[in-house]
Design a protein around this ligand. Structure first.
Ligand SMILES: [Ca+2]
Ligand SMILES: [Ca+2]
Length: 169
């Protein structure tokens, strides 16, 4: 009886230690989904500044831990920002602010570069392999570039930082 109880206790302990739904590390499921290189009145970061922002999207049915994923504004230095232990839930978004100062403000990720409104790139990579990238030209204030589908991007004056992309008719 005592042995039975011990085994039961062990099972309970193990169940508590193993997360119910472990996130995968399937970085191929992560896309750059939207960004804004000239943010006027669209959204403020948690410092109250209207800084550039980048939205990532998890296209998969499983939560993905993006630890080790790199984010940059060019291909020369891919590792301008390396994500720590960060989970993007299935079919969910992660909003990052390109403020020029690397910090986490109340859970909000800020990176050490900005996006140039006269044109630049957004690149995600892992260990030197580019997983997704978008090159852009001159950007208008409060107009974002948003992914329409796997291949196409469009400007939109209905920016949706952290939510499903929206476009004018
Ligand atoms: Ca830049
Ligand atoms: Ca969006």
């Amino acid at each position: 009886m005592k042995k039975c109880f011990s085994i039961l206790l062990l099972i309970c302990l193990m169940a508590a230690l193993v997360p119910a739904q472990a996130a995968t590390t399937n970085l191929a499921a992560i896309r750059i989904n939207e960004f804004m290189a000239s943010n006027g009145k669209t959204i403020d970061d948690k410092n109250g500044e209207s800084t550039d922002w980048i939205e990532l999207y998890n296209t998969s049915d499983e939560d993905v831990n993006i630890q080790g994923l790199c984010l940059s504004d060019g291909k020369k230095n891919l590792e301008k920002y390396v994500f720590g232990d960060t989970v993007i839930p299935a079919h969910d978004y992660l909003l990052i602010f390109a403020t020029g100062t690397e910090e986490v403000v109340d859970g909000e990720i800020h990176v050490s570069f900005k996006l140039s409104a006269s044109g630049e790139k957004v690149v995600i990579s892992y260990q030197g392999v580019i997983l997704d990238s978008i090159s852009f030209d001159e950007q208008e204030k409060d107009v974002s570039m948003a992914r329409v589908d796997e291949r196409n991007w469009k400007y939109t004056s209905l920016p949706t930082p952290g939510a499903e992309n929206a476009f004018e008719d």
